[in-house]
Design a protein around this ligand. Structure first.
Ligand code: ADP
Length: 323
């Protein structure tokens, strides 16, 4: 791994104003419940992955769309606080900033409504303005929480410029398989892999299920598949080589944003020329640190946090091999 160089990461994705409310229980239809706490946060998978990349030491550019409103300014300010280049975050005069409202009960169960608004109104003119930032990067990282035609234009621009591409296909959306062939790596979690491959986990062992699910994703056009497996680590297949990277043992308290930490860490390692096993190990450690902390953005680790966990943990050995 080349640690002497700073990776240049360009993240395209959603920016959401998150509103959390906590109550003893979730309201039933038509009911008003009195809660005991609230919180307002900068969120969105795209924004979280950009913050994760910046914390991990990458020179990071964010591309996306917010409204011309106070929520948008809050989100822009939060990117700037993390030293993220925001000139490619466009302000929409027609659509407001996207929001995410999360109701949480005492058990930690939640009910969420996401309203994408500006995040789903990214036009061809908008992506034209974003493309110079993509061309300037070592790696381009995106998800599916924006309009898919915009994701496709950005992925094509990255490929045309020879920039490495990582597509985190989250949330799973019908038709998004058509974008898989544009990415060097796709990084679904278990639920997304199951949803795209239609391979139910059922009675199969984990390695067999990963192998079958990844095979379908490869047939759908993916070049290389990395499936994140929560507390079970991660799995890689390119059709010739398969690898399962064990997790780092941590006291997990909240897995929110573990996937965002994983994706940012993985993209950075790829940009720096790491091998697949090395990149997955580093990304597993980043995800594990995030899972060991509460919240989403506050849980995202720095590079020092990740290296400290890797140094503490006994070196995990990969299982699997060539198929
Ligand atoms: P997502 O948040 O997208 O569902 P995952 O839950 O699969 O993603 O987590 C991403 C990565 O973070 C996993 O591949 C794993 O390496 C790490 N991770 C997540 N939860 C834990 C945990 N409880 N213990 C150790 N590592 C974890």
């Amino acid at each position: 791994m080349n640690v002497s160089r700073e990776a240049r990461v360009c993240v395209f994705g959603d920016l959401l104003y998150d509103c959390f409310v906590w109550a003893d229980r979730l309201p039933r239809v038509g009911e008003t419940v009195t809660g005991f706490r609230n919180g307002f946060f900068a969120g969105g998978k795209g924004g979280n992955q950009a913050v994760a990349a910046a914390r991990l030491g990458a020179r990071t550019t964010m591309l996306g769309k917010i409204g011309r409103d106070s929520h948008g300014e809050f989100l822009r300010g939060s990117l700037r606080e993390s030293h993220i280049e925001d000139a490619g975050v466009l302000s929409d005069s027609e659509h407001p900033t996207g929001t995410c409202c999360v109701h949480v009960d005492r058990k930690g169960d939640n009910a969420i409504i996401v309203v994408p608004l500006a995040n789903e109104s990214i036009s061809a003119d908008d992506t034209d303005r974003m493309i110079p930032f993509i061309r300037d990067a070592d790696v381009f990282l995106c998800q599916l929480q924006t309009n898919l035609d915009a994701v496709e234009r950005c992925l094509r621009a990255a490929r045309d410029a020879g920039v490495m591409t990582v597509l985190n296909p989250a949330p799973a959306k019908p038709g998004a398989e058509q974008l898989f062939h544009l990415a060097d790596y796709i990084t679904p979690n278990e639920t997304e892999a199951e949803s795209f491959s239609r391979c139910p986990q059922g009675t199969l062992g984990l390695d067999d299920w990963c192998g079958q699910s990844a095979a379908v994703l490869l047939r759908q056009g993916a070049r290389r598949v990395v499936i994140t497996l929560g507390k079970q680590g991660s799995y890689y297949s390119d059709g010739a080589e398969a690898l399962r990277m064990p997790p780092f043992p941590v006291d997990a308290v909240d897995s929110t944003a573990a996937g965002d930490a994983f994706n940012a860490a993985f993209a950075i390692q790829m940009a720096l020329g790491a091998g697949i096993g090395e990149a997955m190990r580093y990304a597993n450690a980043a995800g594990a640190v995030a899972a060991s902390r509460h919240g989403s953005r506050p849980s995202l680790p720095t590079r020092e946090d990740v290296l400290a966990l890797m140094a503490r943990a006994e070196q995990p050995r990969s299982t699997g091999g060539t198929r």
